[in-house]
Design a protein around this ligand. Structure first.
Ligand code: F3S
Length: 398
């Protein structure tokens, strides 16, 4: 891979330990994937933030990097293992909180904005169409490539951090236009009514498209929250972090509809629900906000929870970014949700918080949330925001 003089000097270690290590990672990646050079990135989103996943070895590595590593571009963080303020109320132990705070401190020292969210595009890390970025959380990567039209590979935590320290990433994969061409037409012949239907659609397309880039036809209208949910699901159950929806996502007008096609019928959506949902009626945890809730979703939760009470045997979490929660505070939604007995889980998420063994069942709007909750040994139910709020109020899934 061609390196400029400045990049060579970074690789030699002239700009310090962290930049040297980062260059080593980027050059190794570039050589493996056949990149011919590094390109500048406009922003970075770093995953690998939860102490639950990092452990002491990961924390020690971050602290080492934080000694001289400083980010060169706008960099934000993926969810951590706990709400950084409200962790006690969510049942996180003192020991875990102490370690998680050290992780955050290390990232803060690096100059990263420690707003921990998988929806960085809702809090000011919003790339422009065509911009090269280095993001790592799969739903955010898919949203960025597809809905925004920015260009990013699905980075790992270390390679994203390396891109942040160098301000560049190897030029391969989805940074190249030739790798962004759709190659399967997905004809949606089903009615999709609510948020979770788009999670179910992501499940079906992810599985059926296999290694191909979907060009989706048959969807007339879809709002941002549904695209957010679909982006999370299609990449969880499939492999390509990019898709096109005709006349809706940018770039769809550039391409011809691929010849090969797959038709999605209502029965496929129904079948997806039956795969995602377990047989369970008592719900111990309701978690809405995978990916993190937008202010519009929070407004809907507040409207549905007004003058109601969460069942005493059920925890009800609204997962969101801290910035969105601040907006919710101002709008009065937080007060309504908390008065009903709901809790905000900012900075964290149902996949990376240490939830294993705490809850036997979860209800959520998210297909991706169900996928990871099963890893945490929970029985899962996916449905609309209303169904989830009802489950919170009654403690049961109906
Ligand atoms: Fe976000 Fe966690 Fe879901 S990172 S997409 S809330 S699993």
């Amino acid at each position: 891979m061609y390196l400029t003089r400045e990049e060579e000097s970074m690789l030699r270690g002239d700009k310090g330990f962290s930049v040297k290590k980062s260059m080593e990672i980027l050059v190794a990646l570039g050589n493996i994937y056949g990149a011919d050079k590094l390109i500048e990135v406009g922003s970075v989103q770093v995953s690998g933030v939860s102490y639950h996943n990092l452990g002491d070895a990961g924390l020690a590595f971050l602290e080492e990097l934080a000694k001289d590593g400083r980010v060169r571009v706008l960099t934000t963080l993926n969810p951590a293992g706990m709400d950084l303020e409200n962790w006690k109320n969510l049942g996180i132990s003192e020991d875990f909180a102490k370690k998680q705070r050290l992780v955050i401190k290390a990232f803060e020292k690096m100059g990263i904005i420690v707003s921990c969210t998988c929806t960085p595009y809702l809090i000011g890390n919003l790339p422009r169409y065509g911009e090269h970025i280095a993001w790592s959380e799969s739903s955010a990567v898919t949203f960025a490539n597809s809905v925004i039209g920015a260009k990013t590979n699905r980075e790992g935590g270390p390679s994203a951090l390396a891109a942040a320290f160098v301000g560049k990433t190897p030029y391969y994969g989805l940074h190249l236009d030739e790798n962004r061409i759709p190659d399967i037409n997905i004809i949606v012949n089903a009615k999709l009514k609510n948020l979770s239907d788009f999670g179910a659609l992501g499940y079906v397309i992810g599985k059926k498209a296999e290694n191909k880039i979907p060009y989706i036809t048959g969807i007339k209208e879809v709002d941002l929250d549904r695209l957010k949910s679909f982006s999370a699901s299609v990449v969880t159950f499939g492999s390509k972090p990019i898709y096109y929806i005709q006349n809706i996502t940018p770039g769809s007008e550039k391409y011809r509809i691929p010849k090969d096609n797959i038709i999605i019928e209502q029965s496929d959506i129904k079948e997806a629900y039956s795969h995602i949902n377990d047989t369970v009626s008592e719900i111990e945890l309701v978690c809405i906000g995978c990916p993190h809730c937008s202010i519009k979703e929070i407004a809907e939760i507040a409207r549905l929870l007004e003058n109601k009470k969460i069942c005493p045997n059920t925890e009800f979490w609204v997962a969101s970014s801290r910035s969105t929660k601040q907006l919710s505070d101002i709008r009065g939604y937080t007060k309504i949700i908390e008065k009903a007995g709901g809790k905000f889980a900012c900075d964290t998420c149902m996949a990376v918080a240490p939830l294993k063994g705490r809850f036997k069942s979860v209800a959520t709007t998210s297909a991706k949330g169900c996928y990871y909750s099963r890893h945490n040994k929970m029985l899962t139910k996916m449905g609309s925001i209303k169904q989830c709020v009802d489950a919170g109020v009654t403690g049961k899934w109906k």
